[in-house]
Structure formats: C-alpha cells, structure tokens
Design a protein around this ligand. Structure first.
Ligand code: NAD
Ligand code: UDP
Length: 314
C-alpha cells in the first residue's frame, strides 16, 4: 500500500484522482484549502480508513510521511485564478517550493499538474512539449501561466540540484462531473446554460479552438506518468487531440440537451488563446496512453451530472 498526498484533492480533478487512488488500494491524504474545491466532492470517500481530508493552504509548509505527491492545488478557471492573482502566483510558486521541499526531505516522488497554458497563445500547432510557448508575462492570465511556468522551473531545478524524483504533466482542457457549476469554464457554463434554457455565452466569435478531454482519461494518464521510471520526468502533454471551435461546442451541447437556448456573443477576454491542441506522441510512446472517451460520450456524462445537481438545487 502506497501513501499518497494529493494537494487540491477536493477540487474537480483532485477528487477523481483521490477516488481512483483509493480504489487501487492506496492510503490517501487529500489536502485542500477549499478555495475552489468543495468537501462535497470527496464526501463519499470520508469514512474510508484509508482516506484523510486535511484543511491546509500549500502556501504554508506541510509535513507528512508519504511515498508520492500529486501537486494539484491551484484554481484552474480564469474567473477564479484572476479573482486574487497574487494569491494564484503564491499558490503555484510557494506551493511548489513547499511540496518539493517535502518531497526532498521524505524522498517522495512528486508530480506537478502543469497546464497547456504554458504554451500561451501558441504559434506552433498542435503543441509539442518541445515548444517554449508564447506567453504574455504582464497580462491578466499571467498570474496563472507564469506561476505554472515557474513551478515547472522549480521542479526541474529540484530534480537537477537535489535529485528529487519529479514528473510534470501538461494538462489540456479537462471536463466532467464535479466541475463547479459557477466555475466559469466553458463546458460547465454551456451545459448549465443549456439545461436552464438560458442564453449560451460565446466569448468572441466562437472560432477559437480547444481540445477537450474527459477527466477519467486524464487521471489514467497522470497515474501512468507517476509510475514511469525515475529518469523520465516529462513534461508530457495529456489531452484529447479532438479539436473543436467554441461555437461547435455550443452547438453540440444544445443538440445533446435538446435545449431552447440561443447563442449570444460577448467580448473575448484578453489574451484568450486562439487555438489549442495537444500533440500526444510522447504520452503514447512513454505511457502507452491515449484518450478513450470522445467528446459526445463525455458530454453526455457531464450533462447527466449537472441535471442531477440542478434537480437538487430546486
Ligand atoms: P479546481 O479549482 O477544481 O481544483 C483546484 C483545487 O485546489 C481546489 O480544490 C482548491 O480549493 C485547491 N486550492 C487552490 N488553492 C489552494 C491552496 N493555496 N492551498 C490548498 N489548496 C488550494 O481545478 P481543477 O480543474 O481540478 O484543477 C486541478 C489542477 O489541474 C490545477 O493545478 C490546475 O491548474 C490543473 N489543470 C487543470 C485543467 C483543467 O482543464 N481542469 C487544465 C490544466 C491544468
Ligand atoms: N468561453 C466562452 N464562453 C464561456 C466561457 C468560456 O466562449 O461562457 C471561451 C473562452 O473565451 C475560451 C474557451 O471558451 O476561449 C475556453 O475557456 P475556459 O475558461 O474553459 O478555458 P481556457 O480559456 O483556460 O482554455
């Protein structure tokens, strides 16, 4: 039995990861400050003798004896990470320093949840890990993008300087059940708007693209990466190469929900990337991983989740 620490464990992705780690017989510590995560996401795991929920902020040092650390603590939705941008940078940078310091001290393996945002508004398409990106260092998204880039730097430096066993995963847009309803991200916004027959808010003209991966595929990829030999650090892209315009996504959601919603257009937020699609050659080769849930199937499961959430609200 491995002892595993998941920071940001009560968030959307973290809760699925904790669930899967428990299912596979691990002893899990879920650490979270509940900024965007909710206890409700892991309520069904409380009671297991192998699950512990700890309220803690990664900006402060934390100590526990574990074998592996998944460092996910950080708000991921633009609305939330821009709410308190200084805190977002602190969470990424000081959180990485604290967790890497812990990993060094207890000789644990540590995985960083990085992001496709390190590629910024990419000039290379699809994005390969070797691409250095096109990031605005002083814009509204910079607190997240540059915070995550600095965290990658810290991971590599702790590895080179102190021999810490590290893994870096660059996660592309992920969706699924337990996304926060008011999270502001596109899939949750569109699905909830469609189910309520409210206007679907497209930012810009809807021609910008994203590649959406279902959360179960991501969790599988992250766990495979954690189990690779120590000399393989990544970064590795984990995402679904199926690429859609935001308008196509809106139309798909309307079709799948049978909604009466209309599309309405709002201004495009600053520095919103125009295109995004992962090159997953490295993940295929090194992790024998590729996504198995395609958009329509994943959206159906997500719609079913939000239907239930909305029913509970009434
Ligand atoms: P989320 O907001 O649902 O989860 C983040 C979790 O971190 C929340 O539970 C939040 O309360 C917690 N947290 C935030 N600041 C903290 C702090 N200072 N101390 C302790 N806990 C803190 O977002 P998510 O979608 O589950 O994202 C999880 C991770 O994956 C994040 O690091 C995010 O950057 C990364 N990621 C997500 C996506 C995506 O599409 N969902 C894409 C790329 C990268
Ligand atoms: N978006 C949109 N309507 C919304 C929410 C988001 O058109 O209600 C767009 C947003 O401008 C971006 C894309 O959808 O182009 C993905 O946004 P999200 O916030 O989910 O993720 P990110 O921009 O970080 O990839």
């Amino acid at each position: 039995m491995k002892r595993v620490l998941v920071t940001g464990g009560s968030g959307f992705i973290g809760s699925h990861l904790c669930e899967r780690l428990l299912k596979e017989g691990n002893d899990v510590i879920c650490l979270d400050n509940f900024f965007t995560g909710q206890k409700q996401n892991v309520a069904h795991l409380i009671g297991s003798p192998y699950f512990e929920l700890v309220r803690h902020d990664v900006i402060q040092p934390y100590y526990a004896e574990v074998d592996e650390i998944y460092n996910l603590a950080c708000p991921a939705s633009p609305v939330h990470y821009q709410y308190n941008p200084i805190k977002t940078v602190k969470t990424s940078v000081m959180g990485a320093i604290n967790m890497l310091g812990l990993a060094k001290r207890i000789k644990a393996k540590i995985l960083q949840a990085s992001t496709s945002e390190v590629y910024g508004d990419p000039k290379v398409h699809p994005q390969q890990e070797a691409y250095w990106g096109n990031v605005n260092p002083i814009g509204l998204r910079s607190c997240y993008d540059e915070g995550k880039r600095c965290a990658e730097t810290l991971f590599m430096d702790y590895h080179r300087q102190n021999g810490v066993k590290i893994k870096i995963v660059r996660i592309f847009n992920t969706y699924g059940p337990r996304m926060f309803m008011n999270d502001g991200r596109v899939v949750s916004n569109f699905v909830v708007q469609a189910l309520r027959n409210e206007d679907i808010t497209i930012y810009g003209d809807g021609s910008q693209t994203r590649s959406f991966q279902y959360v179960d595929d991501l969790v599988e990829g992250m766990m495979r990466l954690m189990n690779t030999p120590d000399d393989f650090t990544g970064p590795v892209n984990i995402g679904n190469p199926g690429e859609f315009t935001i308008k196509e996504l809106a139309e798909k959601v309307i079709a799948l929900t049978g909604s009466r919603s209309k599309l309405v257009y709002h201004p495009l937020p600053s520095d919103d990337p125009t295109q995004r699609r992962p090159d997953i050659t490295l993940a295929c080769e090194r992790l024998q991983w590729k996504p198995v849930v395609q958009l329509e199937e994943g959206l159906k499961k997500t719609i079913a989740y939000f239907e239930e959430e909305l029913r509970r609200e009434r």
